[in-house]
Design a protein around this ligand. Structure first.
Ligand SMILES: Nc1ncnc2c1ncn2[C@@H]1O[C@H](COP(=O)(O)OP(=O)(O)OP(=O)(O)O)[C@@H](O)[C@H]1O
Length: 239
């Protein structure tokens, strides 16, 4: 049974974001994300997708409004709680952001080492997850020697090695070919079926059709709409 099986995982209430003194790039965002669901965030370039994801993975504070995450008020909580909360969120970027001089193994092991896991305890899980993304024969390879699709699979393995409750991906298929994009979506779907809440930002509308059970959030110049009712969808019954 997942720790987050009940209630909401994330709640935004009247959230706004401006950078410096410019106009707001996100306005009046009120929505709830429920555990175990698969969300797409769509919208034109500049609509604010990356900004919203940065709020979701706690890389950015909003200028106004309330954000609750995993039952904690993310705005008023002491800063010392931030790392603990962040550890429950895995992040995948369009440009992979792997550490080039570390092997695939060491890139994936990093979150566990940072969290203080013993070497003897992490070798098995890291090998298993690299096997799961289909890279058991590239464990010692450094990122610059891997293809885009291989690098993105290392990045996905790194994002989920610590078993996050939520996986956030910002245009994860932007730098891979359509066939690999489909494979990556299948990995996200598999994680979702195991209970991970998934949020994928993309402007690729074809991708949305690849995950029929997904819920769609649309950003238009910083404002959200929900063509499929994603924002008020009830939690899926846990089996
Ligand atoms: N650090 C920043 N400082 C100032 N303005 C920013 C900053 N980051 C983003 N913006 C502005 O905020 C708006 C939304 O940008 P954001 O990157 O969130 O959109 P996006 O939907 O992800 O776009 P894209 O698909 O092109 O990446 C844009 O007008 C952008 O110029």
């Amino acid at each position: 049974m997942s720790m987050t099986a009940d209630g909401e995982i994330i709640q935004f209430d009247n959230v706004g974001l401006r950078y410096g003194t410019d106009r707001e790039v996100l306005s009046d965002l009120s929505f709830t994300l429920f555990p175990g669901r698969f969300y797409f965030l769509t919208g034109a370039s500049g609509a604010g997708k990356t900004s919203l994801l940065r709020l979701l993975y706690l890389a950015q504070r909003p200028s106004r409004g309330m954000i609750r995450m995993f039952g904690t008020d993310a705005i008023t909580m002491p800063r010392s709680r931030l790392p603990g909360l962040r550890r429950r969120i895995g992040v995948v970027f369009q440009d992979f952001r792997l550490i080039p001089h570390l092997s695939a193994f060491d890139n994936v092991a990093l979150p566990l080492r940072v969290a203080g896991h013993q070497e003897k305890d992490l070798v098995g899980p890291v090998r298993d997850i690299l096997d799961w993304v289909g890279l058991s024969d590239r464990i010692d390879a450094r990122p610059p020697t891997l293809s885009g699709g291989e690098q993105q699979r290392v990045a996905i393995a790194r994002a989920v090695i610590a078993r996050p409750a939520m996986l956030v991906a910002d245009e994860p298929t932007g730098n891979v070919d359509p066939e690999m994009a489909l494979k990556l979506m299948r990995l996200f779907e598999m994680l979702n079926r195991q209970g991970t809440t998934v949020v994928v930002a993309t402007h690729d509308l074809d991708l949305l059709r690849k995950v029929p059970e997904s819920l769609i959030m649309r950003l238009d110049r910083g404002r959200l709409s929900d063509p499929t009712g994603a924002l008020r969808y009830p939690p899926r019954k846990m089996q």
